[in-house]
Design a protein around this ligand. Structure first.
Ligand code: AMP
Length: 183
């Protein structure tokens, strides 16, 4: 069988994401990424198109955001010859942490990273499954920024365009999403 082009792979992946209306609450159109991981075919395609963007960037650490950033994060890390670092909700990481608070719909939320997980020689790719308002990723970006790493890239599988979460990030930061949707 002929190798698919990048465009063909992206169309396939877009059609594989499942829309769940009114989950977790009425009015939310939930983008379910689990079908992307379910078959060898889609998991392979997803891995290939994600890696395409980052092969020549000298990335040394993938930082994944709990919990859906923990699926493709380690796969990308292995393929790029990088390490993997988790960002987690409070009370989960056992050693000393840095913490960042951010606004959610209902009040403040917090995320944490181990203090010794990144150094100034690291080129970091922060990964999560989906960009909505951008609050979660902005908090992750601020957390990693505090650690004086060499460079930060940001990556999502999906971007919900109309929420314009992208605007939260400085113009010189490379923010990439594979698939975008207008909700
Ligand atoms: P935000 O901080 O608003 O950008 O929200 C991003 C986080 O919430 C991501 O970790 C997503 O997994 C999750 N999320 C927000 N909206 C949706 C949606 N419509 N479908 C699936 N996941 C979502």
């Amino acid at each position: 069988m002929e190798e698919k082009t990048k465009e063909q792979k992206l169309i396939f992946l877009r059609n594989t994401v499942r829309n769940i209306p009114d989950f977790p609450i009425p009015g939310i159109q939930f983008k379910d990424v689990t079908p992307l991981f379910k078959t060898k075919e889609s998991l392979t395609m997803l891995t290939e198109v994600l890696l395409d963007e980052y092969r020549d960037k000298g990335i040394t650490k993938i930082v994944g955001i709990e919990s859906r950033g923990f699926i493709m994060g380690p796969i990308m890390a292995l393929e790029l010859g990088a390490g993997f670092v988790p960002i987690r909700k409070p009370g989960k990481l056992p050693a000393e942490v840095f913490e960042e608070a951010y606004e959610k719909e209902y009040g403040l939320d917090k995320i944490q990273i181990h203090k010794d997980s990144l150094s100034e020689n690291d080129v970091v790719l922060i990964h999560d499954d989906l960009l909505a308002t951008g609050g979660t990723m902005l908090a992750a970006y601020n957390l990693v920024k505090k650690m004086n790493v060499k460079k930060i890239y940001i990556n999502f599988i999906i971007e919900l365009k109309e929420l314009d979460g992208r605007k939260l990030f400085p113009k010189d930061v490379d923010v990439n999403a594979l698939i975008d949707y207008s909700i």
